[in-house]
Design a protein around this ligand. Sequence first.
Ligand code: FEO
Length: 173
Amino acid sequence: MISKEMESRLNDQIAKEAYASFLYLSMSAWCEYKGLNGCANFMKRQSAEEHMHMTKLIDYLFETNARAIISAIDQPPADFTDPKSLFEEVLGHEKHVTQSINELVEYAMVEKDHSTYNFLQWYIEEQREEENLMRSILDKIELIGDSPQSLYFIDKELEAINNTVAKAEGGEE
Ligand code: FEO
């Protein structure tokens, strides 16, 4: 059993994860449109990850006899400038989500809600991994360069990173 306030805050987080999933899907669609298939596949995987983050929260609310509310999702942007600024935006978004998770953890401590505190530790780990991954992609783009001629190599690199991530996750889509 969790408090009504915690239920409400976790529902807010469901909306944030849903928006992240849609934002990354929109980024994937833009990459596909630009012929950047490696980037598109990578962002499609990230979108699926965010969807999983959302359903994990829904399951937790169910397990704690609370109610999950699925709210409307804001329209994500459809146009992006280039892969470098796109991944800068992803990193910025992940930092925003990390802050949101940290605030949830702090609130769980205030309520002495050990169950939710424990549940949220998985998200803390996940955020550290995701921020680190996005930073490493931006480092690679920095090395390759972001001239129009570099796009092919950036896309190849993202395809390789996507394959590595898929392998680490046991090949699941
Ligand atoms: Fe679920 Fe990447 O935040």
